[in-house]
Design a protein around this ligand. Structure first.
Ligand code: PLP
Length: 444
């Protein structure tokens, strides 16, 4: 179908209604329909829509200067946002570099890692091991790390082909191991891979501490996280946490890494960091990595819009609001409330095979059989169908059918961190209604 009313394209043509305005956890279209933003867009709008205090701070900066190139001026918004970011992250992460999005953050993390290795005389280290499935972005460097074949394969000849290890999808395992032993089993896949590749060639390992769209909020057993850190330390491999989705409070801590007491070498953030008020992202790393790079002539990397005062004023206002309103604590509390309600869905819908997540990054997954965890048949197009049924009823959720035989249709429920218990009830009423309609249509 062609639509001559629009000159714009994204991945595909866009049949959605025009957005009018946002308010808290709600979005309104131009016809006056109200939607609960149950996925914060693409897990972006952490502080909710149209927060008046944040808007006032951004407007105040707008009135002063919207742009000042970083080679010409230091700016207070960028310096203050860097300081605030360091204050909110665990000790040992005390240098910040700004970007405008998640893919840029991942690219920047990898390039910083490489330049640090060069300062150490480790020129052979260039491989970055990642997980399958995973999502790290769509630019070439980030895409090479992404474990998602449909996005990667068309461009594969144009990339090096970075090594992958299986993500710890332990809920699909039918071995007799304890959760702890399973965590170690999956972490040790990294050790095997480093040895197979040649430790002297391995620069870094990158992982999403809680999976995003690729795995549907996959959380590893606790033992996984510490073991991965140990393995990286054993071989001098840098540990990069891709917290583009999990950072900025989404999981009930500022960084998901804090749940396991892990300090990664580099953290990539975006999405909730600008929370939809500005295109913004950051990498945070230890001075231990950054200072040698600066001493050796500087970081050979940077984007024109990096650290611009307008985006940084938005980021600063977002983090201040998050802090002042106790939103991260609310995310932890409401995450528990939401999880109880999502788990209860399993009593009602036999085709929900797993419910998982951390804080307000939660997901459920469809299966045709809970014993075998076989996915629903692709012809049902369940991931798209349920999203439509929810949308028609005024609820936005986010879905994927992950491939590679790892998972089937999964759905992310990740509302703004300001959601209340009553609003969770409201969300669940619509979700159950959409699930009933799906079950009826699909004959399940
Ligand atoms: N990394 C993770 C974990 C993500 O979830 C995403 C986006 O979904 C990205 C990187 C890429 O971010 P962006 O789309 O802002 O480039």
């Amino acid at each position: 179908m062609s639509d001559d009313s629009s000159y714009l394209f994204y991945q595909s043509r866009n049949p959605r209604p025009f957005l009018d305005y946002g308010e808290g956890i709600y979005l309104f279209d131009e016809a006056g329909n109200r939607y609960i933003d149950g996925s914060s867009g693409a897990m972006v709008s952490n502080i909710g829509h149209s927060n008046p205090r944040v808007l006032a701070k951004i407007k105040a900066q707008m009135d002063k200067a919207t742009f000042g190139y970083r080679l010409h001026f230091r700016t207070h918004p960028s310096e203050d946002l860097a300081a605030k970011t360091v204050a909110m992250t665990p000790d040992g992460l005390d240098r910040v570099f700004f970007v405008s999005g998640g893919s840029e953050a991942v690219e920047s993390a990898v390039k910083l890692a490489r330049q640090f290795a060069l300062t150490q005389g480790q020129d052979a280290r260039h491989k970055v091991i990642s997980r399958f499935p995973s999502y790290h972005g769509c630019t070439f460097g980030a895409l090479d790390l992404t474990g998602y074949d449909p996005l990667r394969e068309p461009f594969a000849p144009m990339m090096e082909g970075m090594p992958k290890v299986a993500a710890p999808a332990t809920y699909l395992d039918r071995d007799n191991l304890s959760e702890e032993a399973r965590g170690i089993k999956y972490a040790d896949l990294l050790r095997d891979k480093i040895l197979a590749e040649g430790p002297e060639t391995v620069l870094a390992f990158i992982m999403e501490p809680v999976g995003g769209a690729s795995t549907g909020a996959l959380v590893a057993p606790d033992s996984y996280y510490g073991r991965i850190r140990e393995i990286c330390d054993e071989f001098g491999v840098l540990l990069i946490y891709d917290e583009v989705m999990t950072g900025a409070g989404r999981t009930g801590k500022f960084l998901a890494a804090e749940h396991w007491g892990i300090t990664p070498d580099i953290v990539a953030m975006s999405k909730g960091f600008g929370a939809g008020y500005a295109p913004l992202g950051a990498i945070v790393a230890g001075a231990r990595l950054v200072e040698p790079v600066l001493d050796a002539g500087g970081f050979l990397h940077g984007f024109t819009y990096a650290g611009n005062p307008l985006a940084c004023s938005a980021g600063l206002a977002v983090l201040e609001e998050m802090d002042d309103q106790g939103m991260i604590e609310n995310a932890a509390r409401m995450g528990e409330v939401l999880m109880v309600q999502l788990r209860a869905l399993m009593d009602r819908y036999p085709f929900i095979g797993d419910v998982r997540g951390k804080g307000l990054l939660t997901a459920f997954e469809f299966v045709s059989d809970r014993e075998t965890m076989e996915p629903l048949p692709p012809e049902l197009d369940a991931h798209a169908r349920l999203v439509e049924l929810a949308y028609e009823r005024g609820l936005i959720i986010y879905s994927r059918r992950t491939r590679g035989g790892m998972t089937g249709d999964h759905f992310l429920i990740a509302p703004p961190l300001i959601i209340t218990e009553q609003q969770i009830d409201e969300l669940m009423v619509i979700l159950r209604d959409a699930l009933d309609a799906f079950a009826q249509d699909a004959g399940l």
